[in-house]
Ligand binder design. Structure first.
Ligand SMILES: Nc1ncnc2c1ncn2[C@@H]1O[C@H](COP(=O)(O)OP(=O)(O)OP(=O)(O)O)[C@@H](O)[C@H]1O
Length: 476
């Protein structure tokens, strides 16, 4: 039928004289390569996989719902790289033709394996408290254009997301999306790992729409493919349904345990507003770090004594037997840390910062070499540094160039042990250890808080990485 419908093997190419947005033109739908082409002023082309959300057919009219602009930026840099919603109305010569094109378009989109049902968690108090507005203005319209069904639930209190992820009926959904900062995503990971079925639960694809103050994961995911950081680009990445695996790091101190992406040990929980203060009164902390270096990073530190590593009994927890493992949720990676070669660096330290992804928030890249699933944590250690150089190092973290400084030690590790100490010159004062912006342990003389910290400041804290344990929606 039509002017040029042709089937060659499995490749189907449809050609018709149609109207696109009111202009008569010859259009071609090459199903094999997944492209719609027509002329309108010049040659126009829509790549279905990377530019089409969905479509609607009414009689002879097919409205193609597109998200355009992202590809152009990647190939020729002409657009600003933020995708935009755009409809293209194709008027076909007759209904039969409209049905055939619709059917082929539907089959093609279905073959991409995109998510059909999503569970969405929204933190109304994250960041600038805009998550509801972001959802209604930027997330909902794109999901609806893509025919994705969703269940929306707001988080009502701290750790609510963790509780929900622990109980959620996962079979009903193709993914869990957080409209929040990175903190809620980490809660979801922890909730999934607390389930009896944690080993299947943790494979549910997770998505993040940036709506917090710390949006390092969304920035890292987009930046890794040369994409521009924007809310709609992050939503489109989820809709397209590409996935990548993500390392999960477990933090252990005695019986206390949780999983996360970033850890920082310094005088404050937040780098941004505190850095000026830090520079004005640069503080150093005694302490001791030990680590299992990734291949190529063995030159840092000195060889550690095996007895020191195992004295806190962590290795027993890490090498637990499988029956217990399944009953009480995830307890950490299955690797034995005792057989590995540990190295050691003694303080004082100005800063110890561990990351699993390059960006800690939209404009700070402490770990430019970090990979989502290489099985290693990237560690930034600053031991000694004049005030002026420290200020410039913090500024250089905007583009990751701080790693070239002789004041910075940058290494990749498989496991890490931190023994935090007191402030140099103030033996009664400790520091703060934070993870994803949340304080997990604070020393004496930092500041009072009504909540009990998850961990104590002083006893060693162990971090171990489980390579590619979780799955996250990714732009490519
Ligand atoms: N309704 C709520 N009321 C209070 N806290 C909440 C609520 N919902 C979620 N939270 C908590 O808010 C914290 C931060 O959430 P999120 O990561 O979304 O935002 P953020 O602005 O990036 O956070 P942060 O300011 O810690 O960087 C989480 O620890 C979460 O438990």
């Amino acid at each position: 039928m039509g002017r040029g419908s042709g089937v060659q093997g499995t490749t189907l190419s449809l050609t018709e004289l149609i109207r696109v947005d009111g202009t008569s033109t010859e259009a071609n739908f090459d199903v094999g390569v997944g492209k719609l082409r027509w002329r309108s002023g010049g040659e126009r082309c829509l790549e279905v996989e990377s530019e089409v959300l969905g479509f609607e057919t009414q009689g002879t009219r097919i409205t193609v719902k597109a998200f355009v602009g992202v590809l152009k930026a990647l190939s020729c840099g002409k657009s600003n790289g933020k995708g935009m919603r755009r409809d293209f109305v194709l008027e076909m010569p007759n209904e039969e033709c409209a049905l055939l094109w619709s059917e082929k378009l539907r089959d093609l989109i279905n073959s991409f394996g995109r998510p059909k049902r999503l569970f969405i968690l929204l933190n109304p108090y994250g960041g600038k408290r805009c998550a509801r507005k972001i959802f209604h203005n930027e997330v909902k319209p794109l999901l609806e254009a893509s025919d994705i069904l969703y269940t929306l639930q707001e988080t009502n209190y701290q750790l609510h997301a963790q509780e929900i992820a622990r109980k959620l009926e996962l079979l009903k959904f193709d993914g869990i999306v957080c409209v929040s900062g990175d903190g809620v995503l980490v809660e979801v990971v922890n909730g999934l790992l607390q389930r009896d079925d944690w080993d299947t639960a943790i494979k549910v694809p997770l998505g993040i729409v940036p709506a917090g103050t710390g949006n390092g994961m969304a920035k890292s995911l987009l930046d890794a493919v040369g994409g521009v950081y924007s809310i709609s680009n992050a939503v489109f990445a989820i809709i397209r349904g590409h996935k990548r695996s993500l390392d999960v790091t477990t933090v252990l101190q005695g019986e206390a345990r949780f999983s996360s992406e970033k850890y920082r040990w310094m005088g404050s929980a937040r780098l941004d507003f505190y850095c000026f203060l830090r520079v004005m009164s640069l503080r150093k902390y005694h302490g001791h770090v030990q680590f299992v270096p990734a291949p190529g990073y063995e030159v840092y530190g000195e060889r550690a004594k095996q007895s020191e590593i195992c004295k806190d009994g962590i290795s027993e927890q890490v090498c637990r037997d499988d029956a217990r493992y399944h009953q009480c949720g995830y307890t950490g990676p299955k690797t034995s840390l005792e057989d590995l070669e540990w190295r050691s660096i003694k303080g004082p330290f100005i800063l110890v910062w561990l990351n699993n992804v390059p960006w800690s928030c939209e404009d700070v890249m402490p770990a430019p070499e970090a990979k989502f699933s290489d099985g290693y944590l990237d560690v930034v250690i600053i031991k000694d540094c004049p005030k002026s150089a420290f200020m410039s190092l913090l500024l250089k973290m905007k583009d990751g160039s701080h790693v070239k400084s002789p004041h910075v030690m940058y290494l990749k590790v498989k496991a890490f042990r931190l023994e935090p100490g007191q402030r140099v010159g103030s033996p009664s004062k400790g520091g703060i250890i934070d993870s994803d912006g949340e304080v997990i342990a604070r020393g004496e003389g930092t500041y009072e808080c009504h909540q009990q910290d998850l961990m104590a400041y002083g006893p060693p804290i162990h971090l171990t990485v489980d390579k590619g344990l979780a799955t996250i929606f990714s732009p490519r």
